[in-house]
Design a protein around this ligand. Structure first.
Ligand code: HEC
Ligand code: HEC
Length: 357
């Protein structure tokens, strides 16, 4: 009898120790990294899960900012869409915005650098217009501060649309349907200001907020795979990508030189500041799977190549950003980062072509 009791005690002690060891090892896991997938309920306290933690690092894409001077209306959007597709906007009537910002390439052109009227070659890669409405500064060098200001840029640019603005207004005034549409949208005449405002209003409707990543942010833990989540951890952690690709639109609207040196001085042309040499605005990162090639000069063909560039973090001159450094990521981590970038792309956007009057 005595012996049986002591055996029971002995068993109880061992079981107690085992439980302690399991608990301590569980806790030490939580201490060692915030990302450890441990059971998130210990006793009565609920600890945040890995997913809850990761979500705190991002912001959901909110409503599009709209300037008070140019409130959006359906009439403006319908008109802006026609203008976006209308080749009359170019000097030789052969190039429209859609020529370079093609719908099936998520509003880019698939080229390293853009080609405008008469095959004239530009120096920069065509960025997407999707979610451009969220930027505080437009163009790779940030030289425009609103979509209204931006819109006339390509029209008058000699290597893009090479159009005289007075000539354009005259051409549009010759079309009765345009006269009617402008009168409806602006209670006024056709002017370059109204052309810009209509184009900007249309662009404010070109929004992507429906990617696996966005679903994850909204609370669907299964929207991302384990690999994509590992990539996300690197994006906010070791990779420090979020330093510059910050905020809901993945851009801090700031300028950095990433050691892509091809003679284009980027932001320097706008500010005349030494430190801005070769610096470009951090681009947004949604729909990337459709917008290759990448970077301001289109020099990188794949996302793998982009991630490799970051992993190497080579400084080419004294202007290279101090936030751009070698990352020492393993092949597995680089692949995960690519997978995460891909999860920022949703289904292809489909748009019905407007009838040009
Ligand atoms: C010949 C090709 C071409 C045409 C035509 C063209 N674009 Fe672009 N677009 C570009 C390129 C290249 C850039 C980047 C230029 C730069 O950063 O210096 C750009 C930049 C932009 C941006 C800024 C995006 C960002 O990330 O900051 C917007 C918005 C835009 N274009 C809208 C338009 C509109 C509206 C039209 C028609 C009126 C148009 N584009 C016509 C090639 C083109
Ligand atoms: C120091 C700021 C900074 C950091 C850190 C940073 N980026 Fe960037 N990113 C930029 C800038 C600026 C560009 C455009 C550079 C250029 O064209 O010269 C860019 C371009 C890109 C592009 C190309 C997008 C396109 O449309 O062409 C991708 C993809 C990208 N970054 C992903 C990442 C990832 C992944 C990380 C983390 C490993 C990262 N970035 C870290 C600033 C940064």
């Amino acid at each position: 009898m005595k012996r049986i009791v002591s055996t029971n005690r002995y068993l109880l002690m061992i079981t107690g120790m085992v439980i302690c060891i399991i608990m301590v090892s569980g806790l030490s896991k939580i201490g060692s990294t915030a990302f450890q997938n441990v059971d998130n309920k210990i006793g009565s306290t609920t600890l945040p899960s890995v997913d809850d933690y990761l979500r705190t690092k991002f912001e959901k894409l909110g409503l599009v900012p709209v300037p008070v001077e140019n409130q959006v209306s359906e009439q403006k959007v319908v008109l802006g869409k026609m203008l976006f597709f209308d080749k009359r906007l170019s000097g030789n009537n052969e190039v429209s915005c859609i020529t370079c910002h093609a719908v099936d390439k998520a509003f880019t052109d698939g080229r390293a650098t853009a080609v405008g009227v008469d095959g004239r070659e530009g120096q920069r890669n065509t960025p997407t217009v999707l979610n451009a409405a969220y930027y505080e500064k437009l163009f790779w060098d940030g030289r425009a501060t609103s979509l209204e200001e931006q819109a006339l840029g390509p029209i008058i640019n000699p290597v893009e649309m090479d159009q005289d603005l007075d000539e354009l207004v005259k051409e549009l005034k010759d079309v009765p349907e345009y006269r009617r549409l402008f009168a409806n949208a602006f209670q006024g005449e056709i002017t370059t200001k109204h052309i810009a405002e209509a184009l900007a209003s249309y662009e404010r409707t070109l929004i992507v907020n429906d990617t696996p990543f966005d679903h994850y942010l909204q609370g669907d833990n299964k929207a991302l795979t384990t690999q994509e989540k590992l990539g996300m951890e690197i994006f906010v952690g070791k990779g420090s990508c979020i330093t510059c690709h910050a905020g809901a639109n993945f851009s801090d609207n700031d300028f950095d030189n990433l050691g892509i040196n091809n003679g284009d001085l980027g932001r320097f042309y706008v500010t005349d500041q030494e430190e801005d040499k070769g610096a470009f605005r951090s681009p947004q990162l949604r729909q990337l799977i459709y917008t290759a090639p990448y970077m301001h000069d289109g020099s990188m063909k794949t996302l793998e190549e982009v991630v490799k560039h970051y992993n190497e973090g080579k400084h080419v001159d004294q202007f290279t950003s101090e936030d751009f450094n070698p990352l020492n990521l393993s092949d597995k981590e680089q692949a995960a980062l690519v997978a995460f970038l891909q999860s920022l792309s949703g289904k292809p956007i489909k748009i019905e072509e407007p009838k040009i009057p």
